[in-house]
Structures are given as structure tokens and as C-alpha cells.
Write a protein of this length. Structure first.
Length: 301
């Protein structure tokens, strides 16, 4: 290999504010899942999800630090700025979810029946899980696009909103499969089609930006994204009207939670979660449409 004339190692990757935030992410993530694995313990789907979040985020963060420190990211067929911005936003959402779920299901005030030592380990893990979220949120704050700055699309408000939209859609899908009875009416099936279509296209938009392939398309990708976002707003508006009517109107569903419905296995609860996050995603797409009028794509950063 021929020398490019520059330093082999990028010291700024670990000494800049973003680099320090990533080092903290690595430290807090490793500490969190080590505490849980050593003594805190986890079980069921909720605990497995939390452990997956912490180990996954730790692994990708180590990969990012190593690539930037050694300049290896220049050898990858990725738009590095889009990739790191997208991952930071995704890790922020995943880490705050785990930081809420783990103490909610595994932390208790008293020692019985798990013992005081296990309880203390779980409390400590919950504290570091919260610090991990703060570290990822700090990176998003530091790397987000500033007014007038030329930056990667995924670092803009519109790009970050794409990650949040996909994450919210995953929550909706989780509630759908939890006995939501969406197949009962054609209208609610239409809503599922809306959620699925918008999720897939949003993921495709993110994927094209992260891989830096937008410039290779035969159509103007920026215009396509704006048109799609407008279409997504209309589709989610239809779901925001149809889903509550066919789930909570007395003619089709139940306006109140049935008294005999078991906690954690009640279709009405799942339907309520879906309705709430349908409106959340509708708001996100509206904000995305508004911000998309003020940005320009830069696919190679």
C-alpha cells in the first residue's frame, strides 16, 4: 500500500466532542450489559430485548470508533456521515426504550425475593442505561445539521425524523401482532397496509442515503422523497380516522376497555397503542414534510 502522506491514525476520532461522546457510549454500554449479565439478570422477551439493545449498540459503536480512528471508513462503500447519523438516532431511540423497560420490569424497592445484591445490580444497570441514552442523544445533538451548514441528509431534521418514523412503525407492528384483531375488518386491514407501505419506503429512503446510492438513480431522489412524504401524510391521515372508528366505535368495537380483559393480553390495549402511535407518526410525517422543503441532499459526505 502506498502512503497517502497523512497520519495513519485519526486522533480526533477520540478527542473531539463527538469522539468523547462515543467513548462514553462504549463505556456505559459495556458497563450496563456487564452488570446485567453478571448479577442483575434478565428474562422473558423484555429482558432479552434490553440485552440485545445494549450489546448491539456497543458493537456498532466500537466498529464506528475503530473505523474512524484508523481511517478504514474511507474503504467502505457507505456514505459514512449518513451511516453514523442514522445509527446515532436509532441508538438513541433504542437505548431510551431499554432504559425505561428494564427498571420497569426488573427493578424493585425491596430485596425479597431476588435478594439485595441482585436488586442493587439492577439499579446500577438502570442508572448506566440512562447514561447511555444521554450519551447517544448528545451525539445526535452535536452532529445534527445547523442552519446554513452543508451536511449529510441523515443529519438533518428530515433525515432524523425518518429514523423515528421507522421506529414508531416498529412499535405499531409489535402491537399489531399482539392480538390486535386487525383482520376483523377490511378497513383495519387497510390501516395495516398503510403502516407497512410507509415503513418499507422509509427504510428504503434511509438505505439509499446510508449506502450513498442516491446519485445513481435515474430520477431525482430529493423530489421523490418529498412526494412520498406528502403521500405518507395522506395515508396516515386516513389511518388516523379509520383505525379509531373501527376499534373504539360501539358499532364495530368497544369505546371502553372490557372489564374481563386480561392485562397484557387484551386486544383493546393493543388497539389503543396503535391508535396513539398512528397519531404520533402522522405528526412526524407532517413535520418531515415541512422540513423537507428547506434541505438539499448531500449523498457523499
Amino acid at each position: 500500500m502506498e502512503s497517502t502522506g497523512g497520519p495513519y491514525l485519526n486522533i480526533a476520532a477520540v478527542t473531539s466532542p463527538v469522539g468523547i461522546a462515543r467513548l462514553l457510549q462504549m463505556t456505559f454500554g459495556c458497563t450496563t450489559f456487564s452488570l446485567v449479565a453478571h448479577q442483575g439478570g434478565f428474562s422473558a422477551a423484555y429482558g432479552t430485548f434490553c440485552m440485545f439493545v445494549w450489546t448491539f449498540c456497543f458493537a456498532i459503536t466500537v466498529f464506528i470508533i475503530a473505523c474512524e480512528f484508523t481511517h478504514l471508513h474511507s474503504c467502505l462503500s457507505l456514505s459514512w456521515g449518513n451511516f453514523t447519523a442514522a445509527f446515532a438516532m436509532l441508538a438513541t431511540l433504542m437505548s431510551i426504550t431499554a432504559a425505561v423497560i428494564y427498571p420497569l420490569y426488573f427493578v424493585q424497592v425491596g430485596c425479597y425475593p431476588i435478594g439485595c445484591e441482585v436488586r442493587d445490580f439492577r439499579i446500577a444497570a438502570s442508572v448506566f442505561a440512562g447514561l447511555l441514552f444521554v450519551a447517544y442523544a448528545t451525539e445526535v445533538f452535536l452532529t445534527r445539521a445547523k442552519p446554513g451548514q452543508v451536511t449529510s441528509y441523515m443529519a438533518t431534521i428530515s433525515g432524523l425524523l425518518k429514523i423515528v418514523q421507522a421506529f414508531v412503525a416498529c412499535i405499531i407492528f409489535g402491537a399489531l401482532v399482539n392480538d390486535s384483531q386487525y383482520g376483523k375488518y377490511v378497513a383495519t386491514q387497510w390501516c395495516v397496509a398503510v403502516y407497512s407501505f410507509c415503513f418499507v419506503v422509509t427504510v428504503v429512503v434511509v438505505a439509499f442515503n446510508v449506502t450513498g446510492k442516491t446519485a445513481l438513480l435515474w430520477f431525482p431522489f430529493e423530489r421523490f422523497v418529498v412526494i412520498y412524504t406528502f403521500g405518507a401524510v395522506l395515508l396516515y391521515m386516513s389511518a388516523a380516522v379509520i383505525w379509531p372508528v373501527f376499534c373504539f366505535d360501539s358499532k364495530y368495537g368497544s369505546p371502553r376497555r372490557p372489564g374481563l380483559c386480561a392485562k397484557g393480553k387484551c386486544p383493546w390495549d393493543s388497539q389503543l397503542v396503535i391508535a396513539i402511535f398512528t397519531y404520533v407518526n402522522l405528526l412526524l410525517y407532517v413535520l418531515d414534510l415541512a422540513y423537507s422543503q428547506r434541505i438539499r441532499f448531500v449523498s457523499h459526505l
